[in-house]
Design a protein around this ligand. Structure first.
Ligand code: NAP
Length: 288
């Protein structure tokens, strides 16, 4: 079925997540409200922030200032302080900064702090869901070994906290994903367990716009290289999170719904390169 601006992914939590997201990493706090309002006006219904971006307040201002009903906007933020008390405090701080009644999706930003702290931070997110502060929970930058450990922690929490469901449900893993970092192992793990993949740096921060494979498809569909890469991400079944502070780019990056790559083109664009443009905590050891 063709993707529309309203297309969603049904998360394991039962909530719907709009496929196309809007990232605000490195968006200056004083510009965040303006950028998010421009994104909402352009049709995006999904905003991706994090406690460490220091711009959650601007996201909340835009969500509250827009005339769009709150339940039609999906807001994600992330915990960088990975421990039980760190995550618990971050949930409350994010609610206070955004002045929202609930957060749609809260992620553990990276697998740091060692096993005990990761389990504690996850438990704090499970409790936040039970308290109605957060709707869905997940992780970011988790490699397969971290995901296996999380599954083990969920089983332990179920035993410790009174049975099925008490360990929480993993709805999302957010990782850097694009044709030069296809991460088949992580994608397979998540797909097999109904964990949605959010793709960060989906336009590779502009680093691959001149690749002949991208240019060829941009010419064929009369689209920009950025639009081709966002389309690749949608056609892979991911939830891409392009970021921009530039009004024309915010609009253009959402104008990706009137064309589709063929399965062969999706395949041809993909490489077996390992070329991240951001950090890569998925490769951290479990004790780190
Ligand atoms: N979980 C994590 O650890 C993590 C890490 C990184 C990112 N993320 C999330 O994913 C989002 C996207 O990733 P990202 O910001 O690293 O990379 P990105 O979206 O691939 O690229 C953003 C860069 O590309 C430029 N750009 C945007 N649209 C463009 C266009 N149409 N033509 C040319 N240049 C364009 C932007 O410049 P201007 O802004 O100047 O227009 C910005 O410099 C982030 O904002 C954040 O929400 C998460």
């Amino acid at each position: 079925m063709a993707t529309t601006i309203n297309s969603t992914i049904k998360l394991a939590s039962g909530y719907e997540m709009p496929r196309l997201g809007f990232g605000v990493y490195q968006t200056p706090p004083e510009e965040t409200e303006r950028c998010c309002l421009e994104a909402l006006n352009a049709g995006y219904r999904h905003i991706d922030s994090a406690a460490c971006y220091r711009n959650e307040a601007g996201c909340g201002n835009a969500i509250r200032a827009s005339s769009i009903p709150r339940d039609q906007i999906f807001f994600t933020t992330k915990v960088i302080n990975i421990s039980y008390y760190g995550a618990k405090a971050t949930v409350d701080q994010s609610l206070a900064l955004t002045k929202l009644e609930y957060i749609d999706l809260m992620l553990l930003h990276m697998p740091m702090g060692g096993s005990k702290n990761r389990k504690g931070a996850w438990r704090a997110l499970v409790e936040a869901v039970e308290a109605g502060k957060v709707r869905s929970i997940g992780v970011s930058n988790y490699g397969v070994h971290h995901l296996d450990e999380l599954e083990q922690h969920i089983n332990e929490l179920e035993r410790e906290r009174g049975g099925p469901g008490k360990g929480g449900v993993v709805s999302v893993n957010q990782v850097e994903l694009h044709p030069w970092l296809a991460r088949q192992d992580i994608v397979d793990w998540c797909t097999q367990r109904d964990v949605a993949l959010q793709a960060y740096a989906p336009i590779v921060r502009g680093a691959r716009f001149k690749e002949p494979s991208v240019k060829k498809l941009a010419d064929k569909y009369n689209k920009t290289p950025a639009q081709v890469l966002i389309r690749w991400s949608l056609d892979k079944g991911f939830s891409p999170l392009p970021k921009s502070v530039t009004p024309s780019r915010i609009v253009a990056n959402a104008d990706v719904l009137d064309f589709e790559l063929t399965p062969e083109e999706v395949q041809e664009l993909e490489t077996d390169e390992y070329s991240p443009v951001a950090w890569d905590p998925t490769i951290r050891k479990l004790y780190e």
